[in-house]
Design a protein around this ligand. Structure first.
Ligand SMILES: Nc1nc2c(ncn2[C@@H]2O[C@H](COP(=O)(O)OP(=O)(O)OP(=O)(O)O)[C@@H](O)[C@H]2O)c(=O)[nH]1
Ligand SMILES: [Mg+2]
Ligand SMILES: [Zn+2]
Length: 322
């Protein structure tokens, strides 16, 4: 398991001091109650946190996808390591569920691509997909929409049209984890060394898709309810795993109802647009049809793409009135 295949790159390399060179670089694969399963160049390790982490904010503790530096201790059994440091994250996916707005839950850190999975059965709901898109855009992540269970319908055209209406330029893939239909084109969306996460409701087939990529029944899958195609929350843990294709995937438990909270919407990924907007004639410019709008101008001149400008508009509107 080379660190590069696990997603190590210059962003993390640059955080190393000379004194860190003797430490083990490892990536968090899974969180158990009393240890963290880590993947590293020397194989799978069991990581424990020293006391200094106890008083820390929950969101600063290592989560799935984090890179940590660890060391072996003499009295430790083999494969057991002490986590010394958590490297700064490139990004972190946080979710809040409808009805539990106070509970922010970290889903994963250092993600390159989000695959928003939806089932082409009774579960299919474009409004739901839209909330996942907003989550990705606010993090500056490029999502891909996966319409799974294509074997259950004769023609995906109507669903494709509905998804297309909210997706903009986001790729929409039609797949069947059951029959393997669409697998080849699906796999072309994964880059070597990248970290990919599957998000969606319970029962849409996230674990089945993970198993399809791995070519073995690694993750447990479970049946859905006949009347509404809802799953039974079969997966209860997030887990990061390295595939034979040399990219990383993260299987996640089904999300009940993704909530987009005003305070969680970040425009950090739109710094260039925020800077340009300082030149708009009106301070409260909505960047739609106002005269002398610097963003419209930049769009016309091809400095910013219409797609990103739209994402920016949707997100900044939501921040004002969700
Ligand atoms: N017909 C059909 N069934 C599928 C397909 N993909 C998954 N399923 C079935 O859908 C059910 C749910 O699949 P899972 O992979 O467990 O779904 P999940 O998204 O991981 O669900 P949670 O772990 O509960 O979040 C299982 O019975 C799968 O066999 C598909 O492409 N076609
Ligand atoms: Mg699952
Ligand atoms: Zn403007």
């Amino acid at each position: 398991m080379s660190a590069k295949k696990l997603g190590w790159d210059n962003f993390f390399e640059a955080q190393l001091k000379t004194s860190d060179l003797s430490l083990i670089r490892a990536r968090v694969s899974r969180q158990n109650t009393d240890n963290l399963v880590l993947l590293s160049e020397i194989g799978e390790l069991s990581g424990v946190l020293p006391g200094k982490f106890r008083g820390k904010n929950k969101e600063d503790l290592p989560t799935v996808g984090d890179w940590v530096l660890a060391r072996k201790l003499e009295h430790f059994e083999e494969n057991r390591v002490l986590i010394v440091r958590v490297l700064t994250r490139r990004n972190v996916l946080v979710r809040t569920e409808i009805g539990q707005e106070k509970r922010r839950q970290l889903m994963a850190a250092n993600v390159d691509r989000v695959f928003i999975v939806s089932g082409l059965d009774k579960e299919f709901n474009p409004k739901k997909i839209e909330r996942y898109l907003l989550l990705c855009w606010s993090l500056g992540l490029e999502p891909v929409i996966v319409l799974n269970k294509a074997d259950l319908i004769q023609k995906p055209e109507s669903a494709l049209k509905k998804a297309g209406a909210i997706a903009g330029e986001v790729p929409i893939l039609v797949l069947s984890a059951l029959t393997g239909m669409g697998e080849k084109s699906f796999l072309s969306h994964f880059k070597a060394g990248s970290t990919n996460i599957f998000l969606g409701s319970s029962g849409v087939g996230k674990s089945s898709i993970s198993n399809m990529i791995l070519g073995r029944e690694n993750f447990l899958t479970g049946p859905v309810r006949e009347k509404d195609s809802k799953g039974r929350h079969t997966t209860s843990h997030r887990e990061l795993i390295l595939t034979d294709h040399n990219f990383v995937i993260i299987d996640t438990p089904g999300i009940r109802g993704l909530q987009i909270l005003k305070e969680n919407i970040s425009l950090n990924a739109f710094q260039d647009i925020l800077n340009l907007a300082k030149n708009c004639k009106f301070k409260d410019c909505a960047h739609m049809a106002e005269p002398d709008c610097a963003l419209k101008r930049a769009e016309n001149e091809g400095i910013i793409s219409s797609q990103r400008l739209n994402q920016f508009r949707v997100l900044s509107n939501l921040r004002r009135n969700p």
